[in-house]
Design a protein. Sequence first.
Length: 876
Amino acid sequence: MFTHNSVVLAFVACASASISSRSSVTTGAGSIVPGAYIARFAAGHESCDNFYQNLSTSGVAAVQRHAFPSNIFPGTSFQIDSDADIEKILSFDQVESISPVRLFSLIAPIGQNAKSVQSRGLQSTGGSKISPRDLTDYNDTLTSHIMTGVDKLHKEGLDGSGLKIAIVDSGIDYTLPALGGGFGPGYKVAFGTDLVGDDYLGTNTPVPDDDPMDCFGHGTHVAGIIAASNDPYVLGVAPNATLGIYKVFGCQDGTVANDVLISAFTMAHNDGADIISASLGFPNGWPEEPFSAAVGAIVAAGTPCILAAGNDGSDGVFYASSASAGKDVTSVGAVENTHLPQVLNRGLYSIDNGSQINFGEALTWGSFGNISLPIWADNYDTSVVDDGCSSFNTNLTDKIALIRRGTCTFDTKVSNAIAAGATYVMFYNNAPGTIPASVSNLECAGAGMVDPETGATWIEALASGKKVVLSFNTNLPLEIVSPGPLSTPTGGFINTYTTWGLANDLAIKPVVSAPGGDILSTYLSAAGSYAVMSGTSMATPFIAGVAGLLIQSRGGKALSPKEINAALSSTATPLNYNDNSATVYSYLTSVAQQGAGLVNAYAVIHANLTLSEYNLPLNDTTNFVKKPTFIVKNTGSEAVTYSLTHDPAMNVYAFTAGETTSIPAFPPPIDTQYSSALITPSSFTLSPNEQQEIALSITPSSKLNAAQVPIYSGFVKITSSAGANETYQIPYAGVATSLRSIPIVIPGSAFFNSAYGFTNVPFQNATVPGYKLGIPITMYATNSWATAYARIDVVGVNVTNTVNLQGLKAVGSVPLFPQKWIPRNAGLAGAFNGTLADGSVIKAGIYKFVVRVEKAGGVFANGEVEEYSSRNFYMG
């Protein structure tokens, strides 16, 4: 997934049942395509022709959108004119489930605004594959490779040869020599297609073609992380892997309908991809939600699917993404690079008409074009913290304002410079390297940033009365700085934008983490060919590459997705907590943030111990897993003695003390009253190919505040007598309260609205004003916790209730209800104009709405429900 600039999270594959009964349509949260639905067929009824024949016979006018292959996802997507027809379609014996077609959006990457980089002609050379021999002689200087041991694997000749890795994304600029210089058999990018066309916006009709050329950039960056080769700056994790690309985004908008994604992933699976990598998704967190269930279906069919955990870390815990929440899907968190590579525009500066000297700047707004202007600074103190935060008393016409980063926003600094007559601004950083400054002032022609050393040089010259002139020329080449300065203080820690788990079923997500912050990779040739981006979008292809090296190291033998997850997880390095500051914490961050920790690619390949499980979810207190077990097997050539110990991680709370209606933003409340563990056996010796079952009993601290919904977690560490490099682990996590105690709907959050005379009338008010049939009334309630099932039904007060809706006598349901798999904060919204979900129209009379939601971890049919009734209203 990207972060603040243009990412994709991830969907993989074929949808699974979104409706388990014949009486509900899954909608959840997010935008839906009006009138568009996905039908999944029951076993033995896979014919699309029969489905559309049934529609015609039933008088339902429908247009087919997509037909899905029956080997993974038997079904189709279609467009209808009336949502009321859904009740009729659900009655077909052929139909197992129906869910609306939903839109998913790209998530902007955190880091460099790569689209601002102008084409400067800095191209890599060559176009053929790197052979294993070439790779063993290659001096890999990418710090993301060094911090994970990928560089050592390259030295051993592992390069991804023979692997087919499919990417679902915005396309690939395959004209780049680093990505093979062409598309089709015999090239690095050998298979795939464009499912949507360049003008696709998500809601318009796709115009597929055979050319998956990238015009957005994200897919090209992802592809380079996996498989770039023969390039002076970028090398992929698996540079000799063959790539497939399934283009699902247009040039201007990162939005796609999920039926397009189902088609893309079904194609990738059926085209023989060994691995599917996708950095797109939506914060839903339900494994049963159609997107996640689809991923689970393709994983269950044997194809590993690597998906981004998401970039919603600021939104707190329990916010896992679809489809990374799917069963056995490899959900990936992001770790900050140890260094800060940079892609800089090149300029020239001179002091007192001396010789011109090269410098690099990170252009963040507009363009400096072809100019030559003197710089001016208001403050000669290079440690000033609030430079440019107040107005300037100087005329800056025909001058470039030089301003130090700090305190106020970049836009505030720019606005003050513009008010003084400047049209260009150059920032200098207050930390190593450069960052993309957030500027949006339309009066600013160009804004950029230089590193603190360059800024200090200019300030020193200005302070001594010298004239400093900056010159720019659009023909100057880009400057690539790699590995760049140290990333302090966050290098090597989990990026705080990584989305926190747990999933809504309390599965442990993410599974593992990888370098994703400040990653240099390939980019559109028309935009400079290189970019530095950040996000779980960048970490995801890294793990896809490592998985490819693992399969290659086993001679191409197919490994199950679960086996791959176990190899990644058991050899990872757990990381300490970091809150994006210089504060040093001595305790491990929660498994709900890091999964198993930072991938150790070298250990993945050279492990001599396998684990049957990749993590141990313990659930909540109601469904507590008292004695989880796992099996370890010695796959080495010698007998080894193993010692097992407990490494607890910090606890995190979902709520602050006294609060149960809003999960706080990052950082979450933390508690270091650790869990205890009983491990049986705690020591044993295994001969080659011998295995041992381990039983674990975890007791969370009794001092945790259950009302705040604590997530406790940690690791069982397995130390080997074979040496320090033979250390393994398995993470666990659980919730030290009963989820059924958590209110789903925020009390007092339900309101009425109508175009017929009233606004924001609370449910608790007296009878709302009457209104006429056909005039929509809307209601909205805020849910602070996820729910698997919700209903909004219409109950007659002086009108006979004719139907029993799961224990409630009513006249019917609000259109598009019931709903399933609703994430927290999605809201429950309904619109009612007198026409019920089945298309019938109510009689004039007095009615009320009844909202019912299934409690977390509960069962609706067992009465584990929250219920809210509105005041009466008259409709007639």
